[in-house]
Design a protein around this ligand. Sequence first.
Ligand code: SAM
Length: 300
Amino acid sequence: MSMDGLDPAISVAENYRVWAREAQGRSPAYVTLANAVADDSTILGFLGTLRDLVRQEPDRLSQVMRARRTQTNEAARCATLLPALAQLPEPLALIEVGASAGLTLLFDRYTYDYGDQVIVGSDPQAPTLHCGLRGPVPVPARVPEIAWRAGLDLNPLDVSSDDDVRWLSCLLWPGEGDRAERLALAVASARRFPPVIQRGDLLTDLPALVSQAPAGATVVVYHSAVLAYVDPEDRERFAETARGLGVAWLSNEAPGVVPGVPLDGRNDGTFVLARDGATALARTDGHGDWVEWLPVPDGS
Ligand SMILES: C[S@@+](CC[C@H](N)C(=O)[O-])C[C@H]1O[C@@H](n2cnc3c(N)ncnc32)[C@H](O)[C@@H]1O
């Protein structure tokens, strides 16, 4: 038991078991490690004592926590977003909120392998994104024309910075197939043609960025794996802003995260791809491995 009367070992063990479930089927090394920690009272006891570290070295800890945040940037998510993008009138002006290093702004650079259908990208050295199809996914024949693109992030990562790229690679789970190679190729492509990412908060700085988009293009505001990092009340504020901008709004987030998107009761690490905070288009793998198109609801 810790000094404040809590039993940290119980919640730590539970957290590690949840982590093992999330890593199931993705990272056998993490599954084994997390379950081993959850079963080991010595390690749990040690982890419990780390609370003391918070008291003893708050400055050092807060320095690290302020310097880095979870900013995983997974190019493969482009493969799950592409069918929804391709339903919009061209040309497109893309605005990604929570863009991290901008790798999910580079739709036209990548090659897409959807099994039966391959779409060849403009950068032959960029990675090929393999994405399984479930249900009648409307895979386009090509990537729609992108007239303009920009990202917005609280803390844009710079693909030309070796430190930032190292941090991106630290965020990958160990043993997860080809993710490390995909990241390296996507970063190399982004270094050849760097995306523009503005520093700013999605709660306050989106309208100004939207006003910079060129006339004549369909402005698409989109985000994946971002709103979970925003407080629930602020998600509501963001949704209100996005709805009021007169743009197409695509969200690719965990179920229950985007206000207005219908829930299907799942909470298994998959995402829901939705349009305008209202219509669920697809269920997607959180890291872009597959996309499952959903039936259009009755009355739509
Ligand atoms: C997990 S990353 C996802 C990156 C990218 N969208 C992808 O799918 O690969 C979440 C990103 O959202 C950004 N973010 C979180 N809250 C934000 C906010 N209030 N305004 C702007 N960006 C935010 C973080 O800085 C981080 O780069």
